[in-house]
Design a protein around this ligand. Structure first.
Ligand SMILES: O=c1ccn([C@@H]2O[C@H](COP(=O)(O)O)[C@@H](O)[C@H]2O)c(=O)[nH]1
Length: 274
């Protein structure tokens, strides 16, 4: 999906919500557990309930890998079930020496090889250009680089001062020089909203994937105020806050209500900040 199509979908829906499919077999409602593929059934009902209110889905790959071979099947079925209008992100946080990264990219982008064709994958920048470039070679796909993450440990390395600014600022600046940089997005945690204005000075045009509202306590208002650009430029993720909004037979209804609430708030911010 290209940037224009993503923008048009956001404007049509009045939403920049990404629903995180962090679907944990131990947390889904009990009554689903006896089925053949409980996690897929959970995801199917969550997708049906939330698709009208979001523009993207982000399965976190850990939740599927942890189930072994069966988990990859569930992931593939889930990806195929997501409406084609929606942007899909494999939150896998990959990155390795070049030839290995090439295989990670193939795993998430090349349907003929792996059965998966996500629009985007999250990648750790720590190993540098040759670890990221294999993802950027896919001209119709997006690479989402971790910049300033939402967790407390982001201060351990990402905020360290270097001669070219903090490490995360250097990630933003240096990656702008890379071939295919126009196909980069960046992860910035909602808990880091105070830094968004400065981040926007460095990368005014790129989309940001912003996890950390909901369960991690980030403010959607602050993220929208400081992070929105003229093409919106934001995909704000909520996982647990939506998918575990309820735990009974009405779990999908509860998820729908939560997604609708966030979408309605986003519509206000689109009017105010765009
Ligand atoms: O900086 C980061 C990068 C990724 N994540 C991921 O996003 C979701 C957040 O889930 P919530 O339940 O809404 O807190 C999860 O998959 C994380 O691994 C992040 O939180 N922060």
């Amino acid at each position: 999906m290209d940037k224009q199509a993503l923008y048009e979908h956001i404007i049509a829906k009045r939403s920049y919500l990404c629903v995180g499919l962090d679907s944990d077999i131990t947390l889904i409602p009990d009554f689903l557990r006896s089925g053949k593929d409980p996690v897929f059934e959970f995801n199917r009902q969550i997708i049906d309930a939330t698709a009208d209110f979001c523009v993207a889905y982000k399965p976190n790959i850990a939740f599927y890998e942890a189930m072994g071979g069966k988990g990859w099947e569930t992931l593939q079925k889930t990806l195929e079930y997501i409406p084609k209008s929606h942007f899909t992100i494999a939150d896998a946080k990959r990155g390795d020496i070049g030839n290995t990264s090439g295989l990670y990219a193939r795993a998430f982008f090349d349907k003929s090889a792996s059965g998966l064709d996500f629009d985007a994958v999250t990648v750790a920048p720590y190993m540098g250009y040759d670890s990221v470039s294999p993802f950027l070679r896919y001209r119709d796909k997006w690479t989402i680089l971790l910049a300033l993450t939402s967790n407390p440990g982001s201060a351990d390395f990402q905020r360290l001062e270097t001669s070219t600014g903090k490490i995360y600022e250097t990630v933003l600046k240096t990656s702008q020089e890379w071939e295919g940089a126009e196909r980069l997005m960046y992860v910035v945690g909602a808990t880091q909203a105070a830094d968004l204005a400065e981040i926007r000075r460095i990368i005014p045009e790129h989309f940001l994937l912003v996890p950390g509202v909901g369960a991690q306590g980030g403010s959607l208002e602050e993220v929208s105020r400081h992070g929105m650009n003229r093409s919106v430029g934001l995909l704000v993720n909520s996982s647990r806050g939506i998918i575990y909004a309820g735990n009974g037979s009405d779990f999908a209804e509860q998820a729908k209500a939560e997604a609708k609430k966030i979408q309605e708030e986003m519509a206000l911010y689109l009017d105010k900040f765009l």
